[in-house]
Ligand binder design. Structure first.
Ligand code: CP3
Length: 345
């Protein structure tokens, strides 16, 4: 382990010089430098061209001073590798949604070095370019969230097609999750082997289920994924958007670090989770649309709620919005660093 990285130390619950901070979706449209690259190349083109993925991954590291880089890609990239054509409009569209036994059977579980070599090459190039400056986070979608897009074919407010399959054909639904889990294990192991120093699993839609259904349909697959990734030795961050008080179940599924949205106080979340696991979060992303005073106050509040407990990585409770002024994002990073260095409870 890179002993000097506050981010990696916080993942392990070790003492840090100051609270590490990075922002979900930190490489994105709020950055003029990102928009400049995107004016010349399509989103998937950037994902599939290692040199371009490296360039945009490094932008927030240079511009904001965050404590970790996150690979520029998308959770749906490995879904395309399973045989489903993918487009971004800019929202993702899978033109051949998976709704039948034949469609599930046709999905391929492939070798990531063959079907997504550009992802692994970007990771190798990034490790060289970063040269130990900050650690590199790899990522993937949780099996349930990937299955949501695969069944629905696009984002949705209620995911009725997903829920219909879940309740009408639970066995088929489980077969799909089974295959997605297997593909995700291979994909994320390959990322760690290529040099990712931590891995975040995004379960954006895990919170749309009741705790009972989360336990039946999500937890076993997420747990299999986390168990399989344990021997990579890298810290695993488990973010379930909308987990609410299901955090105990999220914890059971696995993760060295549990990601938190802003619907729960950090203090209450830590009480629910116990001292053994680190947490990441949990500023409401819209706070960055407000004033500096408001941002500073919210940073103070979250650091106070953590009360100096080891194992806290500061982040937003979801991705940064395209409307955020860059100087507010930079101010946030500075606030976290400044206030956590001279913390007074
Ligand atoms: O965090 C980072 O900087 C790394 C890059 C990253 C992207 N997507 C780039 C992206 C990561 C970690 C993701 C994860 C992702 N992708 C999730 C999980 C996190 C979350 O937000 O809940 C999900 C659900 C997706 C699927 C996805 N990709 C959607 C729904 C959209 C459209 C919505 C939007 O924000 O535009 C995307 C597109 C996307 N992924 C963009 C970026 C920078 C914008 C595309 C563009 O440049 O036009």
């Amino acid at each position: 382990m890179n002993e000097s990285s506050d981010f990696l130390r916080a993942c392990r619950g070790l003492p840090v010089r100051r609270t590490p901070v990075w922002l979900m979706r930190q490489a994105g449209r709020y950055l003029p430098e990102y928009r400049q690259v995107r004016s010349r190349y399509g989103f998937l083109e950037v994902c599939k061209t290692p040199e371009l993925a490296v360039e945009v991954t490094l932008q927030p590291v240079d511009l904001l001073g965050v404590d970790a880089a996150i690979l520029f890609s998308d959770i749906l990239v490995p879904v395309e590798a399973m045989g489903l054509p993918l487009a971004f409009t800019p929202a993702p569209v899978l033109a051949q949604p998976v709704r039948t036994a034949a469609a599930v059977a046709a999905l391929q579980v492939t070798d990531p070095e063959e079907t997504t070599p550009f992802v692994l090459e970007a990771i190798r190039l990034l490790r060289r370019a970063l040269n130990g400056r900050v650690p590199l986070i790899g990522f993937g979608g949780a099996p349930f969230t990937l299955a949501c897009y695969m069944i629905e074919g696009q984002g949705s407010r209620q995911f009725l097609t997903v829920k219909r399959m879940m309740y009408q054909e639970p066995d088929l639904f489980r077969q799909l999750l089974d295959k997605v889990t297997e593909a995700s294990i291979r994909y994320l192991k390959a990322q760690a082997a290529a040099g990712a120093e931590a891995i975040q699993i995004f379960d954006t839609w895990g919170g749309i289920l009741s705790p009972a259904d989360y336990q039946r349909f999500v937890l076993p697959f997420s747990r299999r994924l986390f168990d399989a990734l344990a021997d990579t030795g890298v810290p695993l961050i488990h973010f379930v958007k909308g987990a609410g008080t299901m955090l105990d179940l999220v914890r059971q599924a696995g993760g060295t670090v549990i990601g938190l949205d802003w619907m729960i106080g950090l203090d209450r979340a830590r009480d629910l989770l116990g001292p053994e696991v680190a947490v990441q979060g949990n500023l409401d992303p819209t706070v960055l649309l407000g004033s500096r005073d408001g941002i500073a106050r919210e940073v103070q509040r979250i650091l106070t709620e953590n009360a100096g407990r080891p194992g806290h990585i500061f982040n937003l409770g979801h991705g940064i919005l395209p409307e955020v002024p860059v100087e507010n994002a930079r101010f946030l990073v500075d606030c976290v660093h400044r206030w956590s260095e001279n913390r007074v409870d």
